[in-house]
Design a protein around this ligand. Structure first.
Ligand SMILES: C[S@@+](CC[C@H](N)C(=O)[O-])C[C@H]1O[C@@H](n2cnc3c(N)ncnc32)[C@H](O)[C@@H]1O
Length: 336
């Protein structure tokens, strides 16, 4: 393969090297093993690069590299050559073999196969650690890996809230809505939630949550998985006066699966969703609400009525913060 020694690629490699030194030190001090090492820091290289230290089936580091679509155009040939040069530079700086770099491209074209699993190759599942808990990740089969790293501090906040309640001895009930692979529930269960309900529409993700429970020895009898449309499920839960002490509500920006009766638009529907969750809270209970819709505006009356406090400053981890840029999510907390 032709070597690319262009000054721009060198500038990118230098920046990545600096970032890696900084964030590795930052992570080591905090016992964090999965973290963001690069986020569009050189604008001409629009990538987000996440570092994952797997503990199983082998101890090895993987890089999840997402190309972000900035709309700029190159010829197919130039684009492929550029992408290969970028991946080569990343592997060299991070001292990672090409097979451990997983590239998610904005467009699917041929030419960088060493960095992309072919569709018919079964992707391997790995286990990584967060706060000592085990989470299955998959770098190749989906757009996301199974663990949203930007929610790391919020998972710690939820765990802390549950642990405080568990210490006071009142069998905490936890509810996880739009749960994906159940990572909030794993933290909640290990922190001492007596019971939990984890709701998601997807069989694939509920099966993944089950495996995450198994990886952590979580009792599936007390920690219930519900495959349902949250919109319909909430109506039933409110009608039957269910009560939860801690709730996580983290809807996608939009959703319109065939399995749903109505589509979901977080901007349009958040007042209803937050209000319904509020009704399900026990006395002294609390709700965590998060959204990754960039343009999201919370209804001011809802903030007042539900005593919502924006916690985005604490909930977006340092490795995801960049000056003058909106973070990956915004979050609010109600209750105490
Ligand atoms: C943004 S992810 C949630 C991330 C998760 N809270 C976390 O931090 O790991 C969105 C999830 O919502 C699920 N989903 C989308 N529409 C849904 C619906 N109407 N009811 C239930 N789950 C839904 C998807 O299957 C997906 O797992």
């Amino acid at each position: 393969m032709a070597e690319d020694n262009s000054p721009m690629t060198s500038a990118f490699a230098n920046r990545l090297r600096k970032n890696l030194a900084h964030w590795s030190k930052w992570a080591r001090r905090r016992g964090v093993t999965c973290f963001r090492i690069y986020d569009r820091d050189v604008p001409q290289f629009p990538f987000a690069i996440d570092w994952y230290e797997a503990i199983s089936p082998r101890t090895e580091t993987h890089l999840h590299v997402q190309e972000i679509d900035t709309g700029w155009k190159m010829t197919d040939e130039d684009y492929t050559a550029w992408l290969v040069a970028v991946c080569d530079a990343i592997c060299e700086v991070c001292a990672i073999p090409a097979g451990q770099l997983h590239l998610k491209r904005r467009e699917r074209q041929r030419g960088t196969s060493q960095y992309e699993k072919l569709d018919d190759v079964a992707a391997e599942a790995f286990v990584v650690l967060e706060a000592g808990h085990r989470f299955e990740v998959n770098f190749d089969s989906y757009l996301d890996t199974g663990l949203f790293l930007d929610h790391r501090p919020m998972r710690a906040m939820v765990a802390e809230s549950i642990a405080g309640r568990a210490k006071r001895g009142n069998g905490t009930r936890f509810l996880n809505l739009f749960a994906y692979t159940g990572s909030f529930t794993v933290h909640a269960a290990i922190a001492g939630a007596g019971h939990s309900t984890t709701v998601d529409l997807s069989n694939t993700y509920q099966a993944w949550t089950s495996r995450n429970f198994a990886h952590n020895g979580i009792d599936a009898h007390r920690h219930v998985l519900v495959r349902a449309d949250v919109l319909g499920w909430l109506v039933g839960a409110v009608a039957t006066k269910q009560r939860y002490d801690v709730i996580v509500l983290d809807p996608p920006s939009f959703s319109n699966s065939k399995k749903m009766q109505d589509d979901l638009d977080v901007q349009r529907d958040h007042v209803r969703l937050v209000t319904q969750c509020h009704e399900l809270l026990s006395a002294g209970g609390e709700l965590f609400f998060s959204t990754n819709l960039r343009s999201f505006e919370i209804e001011p009356q809802l903030v007042q009525k539900m005593s919502l406090r924006e916690i985005t400053h604490q909930s977006v981890p340092e490795d995801f913060q960049r000056p003058n840029r909106r973070g990956p999510h915004r979050a609010w907390r109600t209750g105490i």
